[in-house]
Write a protein that binds this ligand. Sequence first.
Ligand code: GDP
Ligand code: IMO
Ligand code: MG
Length: 428
Amino acid sequence: MPALVLLGAQWGDEGKGKATDLLGGSVDYVVRYQGGNNAGHTVVVGDQKYALHLLPSGILSPECTPVIGNGVVVDPAVLLSELSGLNERGVDTSKLLLSGNAHLITPYHTTVDKVTERFLGKRKIGTTGRGIGPTYADKINRVGIRVQDLYDESILTQKVEAALDFKNQILAKLYNRRAIDSAKIVDELLAYADQIKPFVADTTLILNNAIDEGKVVLFEGGQGTLLDVDHGTYPFVTSSNPTAGGACTGAGVGPTKINRVIGILKAYTTRVGAGPFPTELFDEDGEKLRTIGHERGVTTGRDRRCGWFDAVIARYATRVNGLTDFFLTKLDVLTGWEQIPVCVAYEIDGKRVEELPYSQSDFHHAKPVYEMLPGWTEDISKAKTFSDLPKNAQAYVKALEEMSGAPISAIGVGPGRTETIEINSFLS
Ligand code: GDP
Ligand code: IMO
Ligand code: MG
């Protein structure tokens, strides 16, 4: 089983960090392929809790080589502070590899992210304000700064000047902000260069060789399927491709090399930021999910919007990612409800619709059609096998599996590494 992709099947925060960490001990490389420090992955190991943003969750497994691929956008200040934070806690980060082709988030990208949101007013996306969108925009506009530019001062200076010539016009004339001094930015970037240099590598070559040698490589998505810039709820999305194809472009590995694609799926649904969300709850149940599930953002501290499980979205994730398995997380959070509603289809303009509508207007009007499943009251956090679960919890999992279109191969019953029921091994 040389190459696997692990990604979010909903709007992010499904528990990808925990799932990656769980497999980390058995894999040789864990690779981030898109996004940046907009991600917030919580990993609980014993009594230690780690919040990772940019680094792959595999960094916590000593056997594993963590890789930041070419498709990631890297804020060098965040990279270095995350590394030193882990070093202070005794985590060895020396094996990290960073693609020289990854794009850098600079202070002007974060500035543009924040002022654009302010300018959009009530139409804002609710971004994390980490400069993600503007950095990807510069990449596509071919005025981005890459990691390798740090090692040629003259090229770096030219590129920063070229990017700021245009951006300063917009900042000053449109947003009424002070222009940014390019020499200052160059100095700041150069100050990071030496510290970052030991990690810079030809990650595409290394990963392809590793796969050819039969090593196990795990691609870890940030965000989730419905936040994908192509397949998500555009424009309320992030600016990269968390879906499975993104692993190929964001790491330089061909699709024929990928054996398994695992969708991380929360037993209910959450979303951070603006945009449509058919099963969102505004009542006590929503508040209860938020409280019991600790649904508060790891990156921005914002409350997450909460709602019931949506099988239409899960089916869509199976389709656009070619999912082979699901990892169902946070089943324990649903303990205590007498009945649990599950959205099995939508009603749009009086018609029942089984698949995610491709029209944004239809999706905005979609009303969930619920089926009620019986709940359970027993504590399930100690369950080790599927048969340890109460009958109604087993039936809930089986119903979700049937509706979602791929086997549920693992179930999370708590935040810790060991609070997991493994049904089919991901690595066999
Ligand atoms: P990610 O962004 O997909 O990595 O997810 P986050 O870390 O942002 O949010 C998931 C949260 O759920 C974290 O606080 C995890 O520790 C926690 N978590 C993950 N799996 C489970 C589970 O099965 N049960 C419970 N109760 N918590 C979980
Ligand atoms: P993880 O990896 C949940 C959301 C933001 C906003 C939109 C665009 O922890 O699942 P951006 O800063 O990326 O331009 O913001 O995407 N968003 C996330 N929501 N989990 C995440 O990451 C997210 N990363 C971005 O809230 O709505
Ligand atoms: Mg998160």
